[in-house]
Design a protein around this ligand. Sequence first.
Ligand code: NAD
Length: 463
Amino acid sequence: MKAHDGMYIGGRWRPAAGTGTIAVVDPADEQVIAHVPAGSPEDVDAAVRAARAAFPGWAATAPGDRAARIAALRDVLAARREEIARTVTAELGAPPRLAETVHAGLPVVVAGSYAELAASYAFEETVGNSTVLHEPVGVVGAITPWNYPLHQIVAKVAPALAAGCTVVLKPAEDTPLTARLFAEAAHESGLPDGVFNLVTGLGPVAGQALAEHPGVDLVSFTGSTAVGRRIGATAGGAVKRVALELGGKSANVILPGADLSRAVHAGIANVMSNSGQTCSAWTRMLVHRDRYEEAVALAAEAVATYVPGDRLGPLVSARQRDRVRGYIEQGVAEGARLVAGGPESPCATGYYVSPTVFADVTPEMTIAQEEIFGPVVSLMRYEDEDDALRIANGTVYGLAGAVWGDHEEAVAFARRMDTGQVDINGGRFNPLAPFGGYKQSGVGRELGTHGLAEYLHTKSLQF
Ligand code: NAD
């Protein structure tokens, strides 16, 4: 057993209370690559106690000193970038280039943004005869998914630390090794003992114990809507703060004035990235009926460049692969036209799914409504802009989206969309822009100042 094979609690690695373990599998070759302890409610309780004990000291630390610690954390993450990328490839299956640029690279940028925000944020402001104080909420329970294992952790932990909160993290069971690397980085960066704590374990055991723990003041969850709904209900019952970043079924709306080839190619690339395991992926491509067949041909051409095992990685687990294949079978059964891909496995080993394009998808079909979380795109036909808007807004989700066309028309269309983010004509990802959902895509925002505000209470003093 390696020194850090336990839980990271109170500034040191210690053995788990129980003996259960979770096997970590490389989804590209289906081999077990490691085991991590399956944390119990006892481990969670120890971690929450450590975080509570550390809270008053960390909350009282000057923002500039917190900023320095977060900057140190960013530097460790940057120095260990290659090791992080290799680990994400091993346990998630992300192709090496994606692992380096996005999975290992983005968290460095986000951590850096919170090092700056911690130093510059107005934790006090004057409103008339009041001084308004923005104070840390307390102990944060962070529950994260596997699809962007390090980004999801940093997008919660960095703003929480910047605010003056302390944290207990329960990462996804499929990707605990990246979370352990993060805990090592937190330790190396010199965070005081107990400010950051890690408990690996199963969602319904360790995750639930964390969400229900009375010593947790705020639960920040990213994952499925089904689990998010339960966590929201638990937090509501205890009148505690909650932030939920859930699923999506985002629309990529190609208006008649768009550069069709560019819009279709970018749309396919957006969904194929990370094998479609992105909550904000533009999984519904909406095209005007006059250019629809042209778009279908372009989509088939674009998707052919995503070769499984090369540019396209496997899905994270056998369970996810089976789930996605089930959706593809359902799309065929409900009458959608298969243009590329299909339910058959493209590789003998590994949890691969063929990159799949469906045409003639109509709004009531399951594949037009539910989050598939795989490399599957649905092309939908619209009659006019009002029809496109009705289709775009016609799901329970509202996380992201895209609009292509004449700039003014595209912006006007985006303003009418019920969704948290819209990229206009290929506008690129902004790590400082608020990220989060309308409707059942969630509650609260991550990233930038909006993400920091989630971890703050306000208090008004009158003079
Ligand atoms: P999940 O919601 O089951 O898991 C997310 C996290 O919640 C994990 O850490 C898990 O251990 C934990 N968890 C599970 N049950 C819990 C409970 N009862 N109490 C507390 N924590 C619990 O997601 P999943 O099963 O890994 O993926 C299923 C689907 O969720 C995907 O197909 C996709 O649609 C969606 N998903 C969305 C995102 C996103 O970024 N929005 C990320 C991952 C998965």
